[in-house]
Unconditional design. Structure first.
Length: 116
């Protein structure tokens, strides 16, 4: 133990310890300031991340609503297409019937028809 204490009695070691003590104060201040700056930047980054998360959640909600509207529009388009196809089939059937009636009238009205 005495040898350890005798090391500190050396004037060179004592001078070195005083220099280090003086040099450590600015280093400590510098590192403390850097730490405070890093904490401030971290706080801003967390705030920005929270804002971005809110924006992302809003965009996802809008996207879900848009998908729902798109599905509804597709269903409406499918129904309209089915109705149009059904009307087309009915119209073609009416045209076929009308042609058949027209041909029958033409046959009945022709002078070659022995029934007249």
């Amino acid at each position: 133990m005495l040898t350890v204490l005798s090391v500190f009695d050396n004037p060179f070691i004592r001078l070195l310890a005083e220099i280090l003590a003086v040099a450590l104060v600015p280093a400590f201040v510098f590192l403390t300031l850097r730490l405070l700056d890093a904490e401030a930047r971290l706080g801003r980054a967390r705030s920005q991340a929270a804002e971005l998360t809110t924006d992302r959640d809003r965009i996802l909600a809008e996207l879900a609503l848009s998908r729902e509207r798109l599905a509804e529009a597709r269903q409406a388009a499918g129904r309209a297409q089915a109705e149009a196809a059904e009307r087309e089939i009915r119209l073609k059937a009416l045209l076929v019937q009308d042609r058949a009636v027209g041909e029958t009238r033409s046959i009945l009205a022709s002078p070659r028809n022995p029934g007249h």
